[in-house]
Design a protein around this ligand. Structure first.
Ligand code: SF4
Ligand code: SF4
Length: 218
């Protein structure tokens, strides 16, 4: 999922200077799962903003998905009379709303942190950097791009100690994890292959990306 975190209330209030009629738009997908922008968080943000600033008029709506134009129409009636939309979705949702409402001030209420997951309530960990050219089949299912602090494709770097990364004693060395996993699978031979330079044009370095799949187009 896309892991997000709500901005501090003073930062959100700054977005609202000079605005009175506000719509808070949540999303039922990733931000609901990571407790940043679902029903509960939308209601809480509304109450906190009303307490913090007199004179605000706030409507709320939680969309099925903000990153999908087919679900945005539900917001149209509310936005018609608003002078500001606060999106509690990830940055994709904020931009989809900004595109749909060119004449309306659209601002983010959350920071989009990373692609990750939760193994324990209240803790999320980064797992994917969306590089566009996955190599997990070569690294035992451990991402070297995101989990190695230096994004080494051919590790380890030599700084690992006791299985921990040299940048932080709390962080596992990704290449130790890769080694241990491949050892368990009887595939240490994979470590003898020197991975070639990655094709970063499929990552963000190649500019804004677009995926076209004719098989699902209508
Ligand atoms: S190799 Fe790329 S696509 Fe695969 S998990 Fe890592 S960042 Fe994500
Ligand atoms: S210690 Fe391990 S995780 Fe840290 S930078 Fe070196 S190879 Fe990467």
């Amino acid at each position: 999922m896309i892991v997000c975190e709500r901005k501090p209330i003073p930062a959100i209030l700054e977005h609202l200077d000079g605005r009175r009629r506000v719509v808070i738009a949540g999303c039922s997908e990733c931000v609901t799962v990571c407790h940043a922008g679902g029903e509960k968080e939308v209601a809480l943000l509304r109450d906190l903003l009303l307490l913090a600033r007199e004179g605000l008029e706030i409507e709320t709506q939680v969309l099925t998905r903000q990153c999908d134009v087919e679900f945005l129409e539900a917001l149209d009636p509310l936005v018609k009379t608003a002078d500001c939309v606060i999106s509690m979705a990830c940055g994709v949702g904020v931009q989809f709303l900004a595109e749909r409402y060119p004449a309306t001030w659209v601002v983010p209420a959350v920071d989009t942190r990373f692609g990750g997951g939760s193994r324990q309530a209240g803790i999320w960990e980064e797992r994917c950097g969306f590089c566009g050219d996955c190599v997990l089949h070569l690294t035992g299912g451990v991402c070297p791009i995101i989990r190695c602090s230096k994004s080494l494709l051919n590790g380890p770097c030599g700084g690992s100690q006791g299985g921990k990364c040299e940048i932080d004693k709390e962080t596992d060395c990704a290449w130790q994890l890769i080694h241990d996993r491949l050892e368990g699978l009887g595939r240490l031979d994979l470590l003898e292959t020197v991975l070639p330079p990655k094709d970063w044009s499929r990552a963000r370095d190649g500019g804004p990306r677009k995926l076209v799949r004719e098989d699902v187009q209508v």
